[in-house]
Design a protein around this ligand. Structure first.
Ligand code: ZN
Length: 127
């Protein structure tokens, strides 16, 4: 029963942190860069992993619970990582070299071609 409690507590903590986050985020002026958000999520996950390992070493968590939760946390971490790497939806693709160009950049940082806008006439997508 105590194992179940520990698992619930862990989930509860994560959930609580997730739910209360907007309250803190709002205080620090709405325009946090997305990176900050991912850092925070990563931090939370790392903390959960540490807690889990600690509990496991103390024998509070069974091997099976430990594995399950570790798997879940790894999945979450991968998800956070993936969304951190994914370029923002407004990022354009350089029509000359195919590298992502941030929305505010007027020229491709890689080849210097002007990223004049969304729909480059001709090229791009030929499916
Ligand atoms: Zn380019």
């Amino acid at each position: 029963m105590i194992l179940l409690f520990v698992a619930m507590a862990l989930m509860g903590l994560l959930l609580l942190a997730y739910v209360t986050r907007p309250l803190f985020a709002r205080e620090t002026a709405g325009a946090l860069p997305a990176q900050e958000d991912h850092d925070w999520q990563k931090e939370t996950l790392m903390e959960a992993v540490r807690d889990l390992e600690y509990d496991f070493r103390l024998g509070k968590v069974s091997q099976q619970d430990y594995r399950e939760q570790q798997q879940w946390l790894a999945l979450e971490a991968a998800r956070v990582q993936a969304s951190a790497r994914r370029p923002s939806s407004r990022t354009r693709i350089c029509s000359a070299c195919g590298n992502p160009v941030p929305p505010k950049d007027r020229f491709c940082g890689d080849c210097g071609a002007p990223s004049s806008g969304k729909k480059s006439t001709g090229g791009g997508r030929n499916s």
